[in-house]
Ligand binder design. Sequence first.
Ligand SMILES: [Zn+2]
Length: 111
Amino acid sequence: MESQEIICKKCNSCGFLTISAIHHCPECSKINWVDYNLTGHGRIYSYSKINVGFGKMTNQTPYFLTLIKLEEGLNILAIIDDSFSKKISFNGKVKFAVLTDDKIYKFNIIE
Ligand SMILES: [Zn+2]
């Protein structure tokens, strides 16, 4: 199901944040996770234009695959949803838009 919220796991013992499905906290080795709502604000750390997609993305080319650094410090691999109506740039501000049914994070450029 599509989600308008971007949620990660937060270690309740040491504060470590992750969007990955992991068992033990890699920082403190505890198993004490709680859901944590991220703001969805971040900046483009890196991007690449994809002209030949595969799998679920075959029919969505061309698109920009980006590595986004969220303001909470997490890095997330995502697609820029509006990259052809606005100029994509390194360090450009983005805001989370949606997590699709296919578990693809999509962001919009806000600056
Ligand atoms: Zn921890």
